[in-house]
Design a protein around this ligand. Structure first.
Ligand SMILES: Cc1cc2nc3c(=O)[nH]c(=O)nc-3n(C[C@H](O)[C@H](O)[C@H](O)COP(=O)(O)O)c2cc1C
Length: 238
């Protein structure tokens, strides 16, 4: 009887202990997650994007060409934001759909800004956050020369005030479409790259799509995960 009584007391104490400790465990875990979130999400808001410009789409198409040399003039933060929005910005907030089409709306692309000379933005590497139309910093410092070294020393990469990098995460699309999903990711990079090209024209800026670079070297410079495959570097400037 005493033994049985002791067993029930033990169970009662165990349950009461868990009950009392649970809020502490949750609070601790919650605080840890919260502080991690704050750290990982130091978001820089970009100026509002414009939905109207001074050039028609026909004029932008007529003018589009590759530009590989740039003046030393800085890029405005508004211009940088507009180019990023053109690449992968949200244009239908209700659905969170973007300026470029995406197979199955799976959005495998990530867009980065390697900032060298941008007014109002410290040099560094930033990830574009479409829902916030903002940036989160990945690295500080001017990394254009490191990027240039990984891109066959193509001078456009080091001379431009900023370089936009588009990467693709195959698994986001192959998860639904199998191997064919890889092709879809490549097609989507083309859409985003052309959007940047046309937007650059409309802003009287120049750019070029660069596909010749060392993948793992670029990943290292930008601090990308292994499954984030860099696909286009796009130096932009005047
Ligand atoms: C997939 C792809 C990869 C490219 N890679 C490079 C590159 O590494 N460096 C470069 O200067 N231009 C690169 N280009 C740009 C082409 O050289 C350019 O589009 C071509 O010469 C036609 O000139 P246009 O863009 O002025 O019409 C690339 C273009 C494409 C589509």
């Amino acid at each position: 009887m005493i033994l049985r009584h002791g067993k029930w007391t033990g169970i009662f104490l165990l349950v009461a202990g868990i009950y009392l400790l649970l809020p502490v465990i949750c609070l601790e875990g919650g605080l840890m997650m919260f502080s991690k979130k704050i750290k990982a999400q130091e978001i820089f808001a970009l100026p509002d994007f414009a939905a109207k410009g001074n050039m028609t789409v026909e004029q932008a198409l007529k003018n589009r060409h590759s530009t590989r040399s740039f003046t030393s003039e800085a890029l405005g933060l508004e211009e940088a934001g507009q180019l990023l929005w053109a690449a992968q910005g949200i244009n239908r907030p209700q659905k969170k759909y973007r300026t470029a089409p995406s197979a199955g709306a799976l959005f495998p692309l990530e867009v980065f800004l390697v900032a060298g000379k941008i007014d109002g933005l410290e040099p560094g590497v930033y990830r574009y956050l479409p829902p916030e139309h903002g940036l989160s910093r990945i690295k500080t410092g001017d990394l254009r020369r490191d990027l240039y070294n990984q891109a066959l020393r193509q001078s456009s990469v080091v001379n431009a005030p900023a370089v936009i990098v588009i990467s693709g995460i195959y698994e986001r699309t192959t998860g639904r479409y199998g191997d064919r999903g890889r092709q879809y990711v490549h097609m989507e990079v083309g859409h985003a790259g052309q959007n940047i090209h046309l937007q650059a024209e409309a802003l009287n800026l120049g750019t070029v799509v660069i596909g010749a670079f060392n993948d793992s070297g670029v990943q290292q410079v930008l601090g990308l995960e292994q499954n984030e495959i860099p696909m286009y570097l796009m130096p932009v400037g005047r």
